[in-house]
Design a protein. Structure first.
Lengths: 114, 114
């Protein structure tokens, strides 16, 4: 059983640029959630995708957007990067109906905006 | 709105000593409650979860937690810590409706003295 894979592991971007982060779900999982974890903080929910549709969104501006593909992999896109977007971005996949909240987290992508 | 408070930002205990990490939550109904552990540079690993039933929940790595509705608490305990338990610990709450969104506390960093 494969886990959740995120890429890249680290990247550095300049303020105003755009970035795409990628996530491969655990086998058999059809739901993907993205979280932002600022330094010294707990993760914050960005949004969730279920069967390629957004299924819930946290308090993040529209410049944070996502996609889920037919193979259940996912992308997180952030436009017009700001310094405060520097954080660890965590992807988690799950399979609703099997106990609920059966998240498997990836190791994250560390984004630094300079 | 859901919220989680972890009053202790940093705790230091000696190897072999007992451990209790505190967690208080705010939620309008019966919540789903979770404890996760995060080692440096890693994603989140689920230690245990409470959905219903017995209020004392056993988890992995010898951890347990007790749900106390009257105190809105879900404290994590371990009778004897090991050096490998040094990590960041997060308490989280989830709701029953809509997206399976987790609200995390700020985290407690655990240091183990040899």
């Amino acid at each position: 059983e494969t886990g959740v894979t995120q890429s890249p592991t680290h990247l550095i971007k300049t303020r105003g640029q755009q970035v795409t982060l990628r996530c491969s779900s655990q086998s058999g999982h059809n739901t993907v959630s993205w979280y932002q974890q600022a330094l010294g903080q707990g993760p914050q929910f960005i949004f969730q995708y279920y069967r390629e549709e957004e299924n819930g969104r946290g308090n993040f501006p529209p410049r944070f957007s996502g996609l889920q593909f037919p193979n259940y992999s996912s992308e997180l896109n952030v436009n017009a990067l700001e310094l405060d977007d520097s954080a660890l971005y965590l992807c988690a996949s799950s399979q609703p109906g099997q106990g609920g909240y059966g998240y498997t987290f990836g190791s994250g992508t560390r984004l630094t905006v300079v | 709105a859901q919220s989680v408070t972890q009053p202790d930002i940093h705790i230091t205990v000696s190897e072999g000593a007992s451990l209790e990490l505190r967690c208080n939550y705010s939620y309008g109904a019966t919540p789903y409650l979770f404890w996760y552990v995060q080692s440096p540079g890693q994603g989140l690993q689920l230690l245990l979860k409470y959905f219903s039933g017995d209020t004392l929940v056993q988890g992995i790595k010898g951890f347990e937690a007790e749900f106390k509705r009257s105190q809105s608490s879900f404290n994590l305990r371990k009778p004897s810590v090991h050096w490998s338990d040094a990590a960041e610990y997060f308490c989280a709450v989830g709701g029953l409706q809509g997206a399976q969104k987790l609200v995390f506390g700020q985290g407690t960093r655990l240091t183990i003295n040899p």
